[in-house]
Design a protein around this ligand. Sequence first.
Ligand code: 3H9
Length: 725
Amino acid sequence: MAASRRLVQSVAVITINHPPVNALSSSVRHALVEEFGEATKDPKVEAIVLSGSNGNFSAGADIREFGTSAVKTVSLEDLNSTIEASKKPVVAAIEGVALGGGLELALACHYRVANIKSRVGLPEVLIGILPAAGGTQRLPRLIGVPAAVDVIVRGRHIPATEALKLGIVDEVVQDNTIDKAVQLARKTIGRPLDKRRLSIHPIANNLYMQDLLDSAEAKAKKQFRGAKAPLACIEAVRAAVHLPFHKGVEKERQLFLSLWATGQPQAQQYAFFSEREAGKWTHPSGGRWETVEPQRVRTAAVIGLGTMGRGIVTSLSKANIPVIAMEQDAKQLEIGKKAVNSLLEREAEKLKQQGFAPEGKLGTVHFTLNFGELKEVDLIIEAVYENMELKKEIFRKLSSVCKADAFLCTNTSGLNIDEIASVTNRPRQVIGTHFFSPANIMRLLEVVRGQHTSLATIATSMHLGKVLGKVAVLVGNCPLFVGNRMLGPYLEQANFLIEEGCYPEEVDQAMEEFGFAMGPFRMMDLAGLDVGWRSRMEKGLTGSKAPEGLPARQRQGSRYSPLADILCESGRFGQKTGKGWYQYDKPGGRNAVPDPWVNDFLRKFRNTYQIQQRSSSPEQIVERCVYALANEGFRILEDGIASCPEDIDVIYNNGYGWPKHRGGPMYYASTVGLPKMLEVLENYSNANPDVPSMKPAFMLKKLVAVGGPPIKEWRTQVGKLANKL
Ligand code: 3H9
């Protein structure tokens, strides 16, 4: 039964029953229409409570039904109108989540009671659509246009206490939500309901509203470059201001259909489901997530309290895991302690604002210099700087100090996990947990399996990722893993483009207009150019000169751009030194301004090497950088480092500022068309045989050879093809 009904005194309690999240599928909508019809007719029923089973009200429309004929049966807004028009008062009893269509359903009810732990919101924008069951019309009538625009355009999940302040819910209760909703329903019997019917509420339309909506639109264009859904959300709220309710609902519907035609919702919904699938990992040995029990992590430790370590400590504490935070000397410990405490204060403040006492919600943090204190800890994350010898020394110590079943994790961003594991007495319990900076905010976690890593270690690390609120993706061990490895060819193309005639700001603009949060040069300036430079020096790639004393443009037989090295040699490390590919008002400044010095330097560089300057269109810039990125993705699939294209896309969507409305680099490749991508790469590669990264990946060629199947079929193709390699 998709919904059920029982009578409590004179109140009909209707319960949605569609595990796990009570998505409002076609069968749920049918069942609700039927139960409401019965409750309305039943003379014993004086009021109605609408609730959800298994501790959740509803996560909204069933996303899997979009694009199928099921969406056409019983529209959610028709159901909402019926509920709102009911002569018997209807109270929504919200537990867990009331999101998207779930909140729209609750907004159609006359009253809303929410459990303190519940969350409400209209997150449709995050999957490329807009609330399309009256949400953009009812919410502004309930909480006003400014607050509604913020809620709808950001799509955030709002904790119950904030929802109460905003006026989205009428009451917040600690427990027994349904009983309390029944009590409220009984109190409201016989009261006039018109004031509670949002569709007939008046809405202010004045000059201030126009300005507010115009500026929200301008802000959204800038912030969500190229994404259509935020703009459609604002247009729908504009309709709420200008048009009567039923016309506004029509507009909402039209906007939904026009968004669907752009292809963006399909990309974002692919991204949504790919994130969920990433948790269902498979090991090349055949081991799978559902067959291995993760170990409980009751206590954790973090070694190294630099930027990464501080973020990881905060993340663990936020998940209510007690942490031991360790540094190598008293001075570093004191600095780290201050930084961690200030991050934790911010978290405590957030909890207070949500109506929770931080005590008991944040795990305790104990600071130490003493390795001996780690002996009973369940899981240790090493987060010192990228130096193999230092990491090995730490793992040797951990190996001798920690209890036999403790898991040893390294936060390396690209060093060899097997080499680190080799110095321990438990290589099966060693794994890479590659967090992204700032680790307390960024959602991505690359979990890197070594050759000997056990399934239990993988299961525990993947589960820990979920507990920390991260999207954990299991990847194989190779230099730089998945995300950073793909960056190599991408940045190489960006550098070649500026050697050939573009300017950094031109390349950045093209990539930002494509939708990247940040173009490659601004990103390099932010990360610090010296990081890559030092690592290239360690590998002996920089510093060598051609016979005429100029930096060589070939390394090991391949084309090499020495531009970044030259910048570093003159002390331009990026934001931190106030100069890099751009100039900044001060060291650490954030506002990147094109630097005439850089443009002059590029002109001289081209003259010196007799490179004929040529321009590239934004489309050509995007093509070269993005195809280079995706081509490396195909190689990663070929090498078995990622088990499916979806995992690569999850990594790029969550850790590298890839525009989600384009699904991810592999999804994008599938929309471009694999034969076209292959042709472009082949042409480039034939003309530039000294750029091996642009040589089409074998996997790409094979996928084209089997007819360029849709991306959801690549997983099987990749498996078959990888076996034959
Ligand atoms: C909408 O409402 C449009 C309307 O305006 C009207 C249009 C006409 N549908 O995330 P989890 C599945 S659009 C189908 O792992 P959590 C999910 O795939 C909707 N399936 O759990 C997973 O399946 P599986 C607006 C859904 O506890 C399982 O449920 N609403 C839906 O970490 C568990 O999910 C949203 O955008 C759905 N709506 O997080 C909310 N939601 O087990 C989207 C979940 O097979 N949902 N599933 O892998 C979420 O944000 C999170 O899932 C939620 C739970 C917070 C609810």
